[in-house]
Design a protein around this ligand. Sequence first.
Ligand code: ZN
Length: 264
Amino acid sequence: MPAQKTQAIVIRAFPLRESHKIITFYTPDFGKVKAVAYGVKSPKSKLSGSLELLNHGMLLFNYRENRDLQNLTSFELIEGFDGIRTDFARITYGCYLAELVDAIASEGDANPEIFELLQNTYYFLADTDDVPLLARVFEIKFLDLAGYAPQLSQCANCGSVMAASPIKNTQNASTTTPMMFFSVRHGGLLCADCQHRDTSAFSITPGSCELLKTLRKSELGKLSRIRASTRNHRELKLVLSSFIQYHTERNLKSLKFIESVLEV
Ligand SMILES: [Zn+2]
């Protein structure tokens, strides 16, 4: 039973009987690590207070292969992200990102870039002006790193280079508006010849599509230079959350909470 030391972020905390908790950590070296924190609810516990959701720290545990629950030795707090916790919208989005990582990442599957993305996003979440846009950046980068990269430059069905398709403007039937079609099922955009293959594909403006491509490659620290319209926000939220729901095969509770409380 070798002792292992790794950085970790608490992405889930679940009560176990009266005084224990099952903690899920995301780590750069082991992917998800699930462990029982015995007696953590007692004020005398060394772990008391350090295992809050989103906390970043140094985890010490005894690694046992093929075991569902690892043996937690200690967790030393490095960063508690207080700037996120003092703001209701920021902490709500912070919990959503943790739930998203928990939903897609698998145990024992190391991906240091996902750890770095989550950690950096929490640093920027404390003071970004556009919290939903930061969440969209996280989503597209996370999907790419997790192996679900949506196809945005070529048709996801036939591979042809994408161009916007003219569709009738509903306000003025004599004019047309160029639109792109995003198919969750096909994993990206569909060209004009292929769009009939998915009648439930979302239509999005070319501007939102370009914005998504920009977000995919932009640095988190340079996000303040990017402006997104209400329509961009609405379209990217719809496309990315539908794409995520398709791949996680579940409704993320914190995303539903954001929709019902923060987006009214
Ligand atoms: Zn096509």
